[in-house]
Design a protein around this ligand. Sequence first.
Ligand code: PSV
Ligand code: MN
Length: 426
Amino acid sequence: MNIHKQQLEDLNKHKLQDHKSHFDFLAQSLSKSGAAVDKLITKLADFQVAIPSWALGAGGTRFGRFSYGGEPASLEQKIEDIGLIHRLTQTAGAVSLHIPWDVPNDYNAIKELAAKHQIKFDAVNSNTFQDQKNQKETYKYGSLSNTSSAVREQAIAHNKEVVEIGNKLGSKALTVWLADGSSFPGQNNFQTALTHTQNSLISIYEDMPTDWKLYIEYKPYEPNFYSTVIQDWGTSLMLANGCGERAYTLVDLGHHLPNTNIEQIVSVLMLKGKLGGFHFNDSKYGDDDLTVGSIKPYALFLIFNELVYGIQNNPQNPELGWMIDASHNVKDPLEDLIQSLEAIQEAYAKALLIDQDALRAAQEANDVTLCQELLQNAYRTDVRPLVREARLRSGGALNPIEAYRKLEVRKNLIAERGSKTVATGL
Ligand code: PSV
Ligand code: MN
């Protein structure tokens, strides 16, 4: 399915007058308080988030999976789906592939298709958490950390192959997330597992092209429930430092124990120039992979406050790889992703409104009340007209969810692909 320019213009036309009055009102009051509104809009329009290729179909839990009609059955169809989301939101200009789920058959054709939809290839992800058909060694007891050198070599070779695939597409980063760990006390020797992991990562890192980055993701539990080898940001940072300059920590919002102060982690990593990638989602209990901003929008705002501060003040930190890493068990995956993108843009816009100079002065003066006022004034501002204006100027839909429904995207995808297709992923 294609969404044509004219279709979006027709849909936007009906909402334009209302939008204009809301936007003018907000722009005026922001300008009065010293904000450079046009610059804000440009920043929002430039902010692009990668969509993971494995999140375009229904997600599942270990108890079951309820398929969605019209799911993409091939890499081409996955890119077409991202093209639809990008068309509507103008915020999803990248895809993150998971190998071996997404090995292209024809590299040139995939590159052309992605370019047609203005989609770039972001970080590529390796998969050593599942065994593949005809695979010689099993990852049941770990991959890069395994006690067996044959297993470790196989996992290292897989990661190198993922880099080769990504390199042919124009990716510039490899994300490694390990399920390695133990389910019972005494099962693993912690020190041996960590040493193996460090050595394996060094071998992958040293083989990467010199303009590539390595993102090391951490997670405290699941699928192993007693320990994971890379359990937290400190372990990830230590491993990244052990690899070299182009190795970084990747923060996935769901990979923390309840109430962890994620914004502080972000801040410390950026100060050290070691925050490389970011996976957005939301959660109530664990790695719930829910729609961004659906549970703890204020926490997301505080995280964005540190990201914005770091982007402005930490030139030692590289540009970040942004990605949504959510799962869609009950909602239409494309609608869910659109909602996540909207929440990300809103949190970013609110964080951009914080008067950083005033906050700094209030912090220096230990004026705790004013510090809170400054943060919450920004948070309480309804920034949706700004986000809509950024989308409008880039050629997107004023209201992407409404447009998605009016254009009957899902119905069209089911008509094209059938109701029984199943997308690869988790
Ligand atoms: C693991 O929970 C994770 O967050 C990693 O990023 C994986 O690559 C992704 O989910 C999908 O499996
Ligand atoms: Mn993740």
